[in-house]
Design a protein around this ligand. Sequence first.
Ligand code: PAF
Length: 280
Amino acid sequence: MIIVNSILDLRTAISAWKQSGLSVALVPTMGNLHAGHLKLVNSAKQKADKVVVSIFVNPTQFGVNEDFSSYPRTEQEDQLKLATENADLLFLPAITDIYSANTLTAVNVTGLSDIYCGASRPGHFSGVATIVCKLFNLVQPDIAVFGLKDFQQFTVIKTMVRDLNIPIELIGVDTQREENGLAMSSRNNYLTDLERQLAPQLYQALGIAQSAILVGQHSYADIEQQVLQTLKNAGFIPDYFAICCSHDLSPATKQDKDIVILAAAKLGTTRLIDNIYFSL
Ligand code: PAF
């Protein structure tokens, strides 16, 4: 696996591949890699000749009181895992290579960025869209692979790609879960032992809501309220629990066939998100 820090080295390696007619997939990450990330690398390997993984803890997607400085950075372990997974190139840029002091431009997918996670994390999705757009321009991959645990993030990126005519095929990969159902996330590291035992109930709550929809319970608003109460009783501080149309994340109506249920809740100081998607 080639490891590059500079944009020049990145471009040199990729243009050599492209000149040889090889296709390139990009897996953008913030590091602290777990089995969910490795599944993304694996999917990328199946779709393209060469797989580029970026590790960049992107400051612009963290709010002022969020965990940018304490976000787990595990570079050595990450490199070993990626080499074992046969990634072809690891791009590890410095912040100053990505953001110059006089940066004036950002990408904003309006509306979609202001609901659900965007409502409690102002600026987050603009930071995500901007860094992903920059990584797309730097790597110019044929394919880019993202995890669907961050379903809203995937929808924001899909919308950006559509609106800006970015010629990249997006692949969304199903969430990797612990045996108890908990969605794998770098932030699970913050959970105490007790919280870890409670955490799978977020996914269980999504399953309860899905079952209620599948058996034909009529009011989606009622299902949302019931499950929010269940989460509160279990010790979560829910942020939102929303039954949506999976194409544009608008509140689902009876006419919608493709559904995603989005959930975010805090356990202690850790904010967990998860979702479940299905067709009726
Ligand atoms: O999902 C992530 O890890 C990040 O939001 C991403 C897509 C790498 C952008 O920094």
